[in-house]
Design a protein around this ligand. Structure first.
Ligand SMILES: Nc1ncnc2c1ncn2[C@@H]1O[C@H](COP(=O)(O)OP(=O)(O)OP(=O)(O)O)[C@@H](O)[C@H]1O
Length: 304
């Protein structure tokens, strides 16, 4: 069976800027995949090429075995893209928009599926409302609905939860997770790394147009050694005996880095010896954010 997405030696040049540099990536059907990278890394450019909206300078991309240029019609039918920006036609109602969108794909009788996506996105009550009268969050739900009218096996979401409230974010993820369980391949770009960590199995990190990491989230987190113990102590300044321990402090908390759990005991013993009390303590396991910052550098966590 063809891969959901197959990208070979793909590059995109804008004048002197190499926005994508020899991308090689295969995403299998059924994956829940995260595409991460700082602003300007090339994520949107890659998605545009997959959607046939931008032409690559060189290389090839296929959706479910269909070339995005030579076999545009078929590849586009297999793909649903939820864009980053809120683009919509203000003159139509939600339902009209979805019927028109179905028409683009040559689907005539789509009412049952449209009703289902409206229901699953909690848009049923808004079906006959004009697009311009919807709130930003509701418009974003319609963008998701639009991307799904043709039941695409591959769904790409470009930062779908940017600026979205917690309730919608939760509802959206329930729905996307269900789609993934139903067999759809999901590719997600997000600036919320805990979101990628909670949802996705595998991740590619892009930096200046290149894939710098491609691995399962589990492996990436495993590759980060050690843990951090966050403590509030009865003293502000650490005694000399503890100064050699790798620490940092911020907002009244001390952070002690250690390689393994037995070191916690050692630390507690040293604190006791110094007559220092522990007022608050939390263990921090390595997470995807730590991997990301290590690979990209601290500037990478800027949001758009
Ligand atoms: N049409 C264009 N003309 C010239 N340069 C472009 C064009 N589109 C994108 N770029 C440049 O290509 C690079 C990659 O941009 P892209 O939008 O793909 O990044 P991104 O990873 O999606 O970033 P963000 O997280 O901010 O959305 C950037 O340096 C951007 O300025």
């Amino acid at each position: 069976m063809a891969a959901a997405i197959e990208i070979q030696k793909l590059s995109k040049r804008y004048g002197d800027l190499l926005a994508l540099d020899n991308i090689q990536l295969t995403i299998d059907t059924g994956e829940f995949f995260a595409l991460l990278g700082p602003n300007g890394a090339g994520k949107t450019t890659l998605i545009s090429i997959l959607a046939g909206l931008t032409i690559a300078s060189s290389g090839q991309a296929k959706i479910m075995g269909h070339d995005v240029v030579a076999d545009y019609g078929q590849s586009r039918r297999k793909l649903g893209v939820v864009p980053q920006e809120l683009v919509y036609d203000p003159f139509f109602t939600v339902r009209e928009l979805l019927v028109i969108q179905s028409g683009y794909y040559g689907i005539r009788k789509n009412d049952a599926w449209i009703d289902e996506i409206l229901y699953r996105l909690d848009l049923t009550r808004k079906a006959d409302t004009n697009m311009r009268a919807l709130s930003g969050g509701m418009k974003r739900r319609v963008l998701v609905a639009q991307a799904l009218v043709h039941k695409p096996p591959v769904i790409i979401l470009d930062e779908p939860t940017a600026g979205v409230d917690v309730e919608l974010r939760q509802a959206l993820w329930q729905f996307i997770k269900q789609l993934n369980r139903d067999g759809h391949t999901i590719v997600l770009t997000t600036h919320y790394l805990e979101e990628a960590e909670a949802l996705c199995n595998r991740v590619a990190m892009l930096k200046q147009g290149k894939i710098v990491v491609l691995d399962s989230i589990r492996n990436l987190i495993k590759s980060i050694q050690g843990l951090t113990v966050q403590m509030r102590l009865s003293c502000e300044k650490l005694p000399a005996a503890l100064q050699s321990w790798p620490t940092s402090s911020s907002e009244g908390f001390h952070y002690f880095k250690m390689e393994n759990y037995p070191q916690i005991e050692l630390l507690l013993a040293m604190l006791r010896q110094e007559n220092i009390q522990v007022l608050d303590m939390q263990l921090q396991q390595p997470d995807l954010e730590e991997v990301f910052v290590k690979i990209m550098g601290a500037q990478s966590l800027e949001t758009p």
